[in-house]
Design a protein around this ligand. Structure first.
Ligand code: HEC
Length: 145
């Protein structure tokens, strides 16, 4: 009898542990209580993986002299509208990012205005980057060629 109780207690313990992990895992994907900014950042993370990762790399550090960094980029902070423009229509020619010169080209990526807003919110709020004001769909729409 004593053994049975021990086994029961043990399995209850193991069961509840398993449950806890599950709860924690799903918490990251809960959408109910997301603010509009949190949702935009989460959607933008997926856009980033699909469209920007290859050049700007998962940690946003870029690659050597070819691809400029987004993490800690002064260009991104100082030139918010130009950044939106670059994502919508591409960017080429000489630019300075954190005092380093880049002279390369980024082709337009074919994103929707919403995807552009989302990826902007993602890159402006990731890798210790911070943003004062969320990028909205209206703001992206207003940036024309
Ligand atoms: C094919 C490679 C490539 C891809 C893919 C790419 N970029 Fe770029 N990006 C570049 C290059 C190269 C430059 C610099 C262009 C120049 O020298 O004028 C740049 C510049 C930038 C800049 C301005 C400079 C800076 O570092 O702050 C931003 C912002 C940016 N890219 C964001 C993005 C985002 C967001 C995506 C995905 C939606 C993306 N890029 C996808 C190659 C790429």
């Amino acid at each position: 009898m004593k053994n049975l109780i021990t086994i029961l207690t043990l399995s209850l313990f193991l069961f509840s542990c398993g449950n806890d992990t599950k709860k924690e895992d799903t918490a990251n994907y809960t959408t109910e209580k997301q603010t509009p900014l949190e949702k935009s950042i989460a959607d933008g993370a997926l856009v980033y993986k699909d469209f920007c990762n290859v050049c700007h790399r998962p940690k946003g550090k870029g690659v050597g002299k070819s691809f400029p960094p987004l993490a800690g980029s002064d260009w991104l902070v100082d030139k918010r509208t130009e950044s939106i423009h670059a994502i919508k229509y591409g960017l080429s020619g000489e630019i300075q990012v954190n005092g380093k010169t880049y002279n390369s080209a980024m082709t337009p990526l074919g994103l929707s205005d919403q995807e552009t807003a989302d990826v902007m919110n993602y890159i402006m709020n990731t890798w210790e980057n911070t943003q004062d004001e969320m990028v909205t769909l209206e703001e992206v729409k207003a940036v024309t060629k």
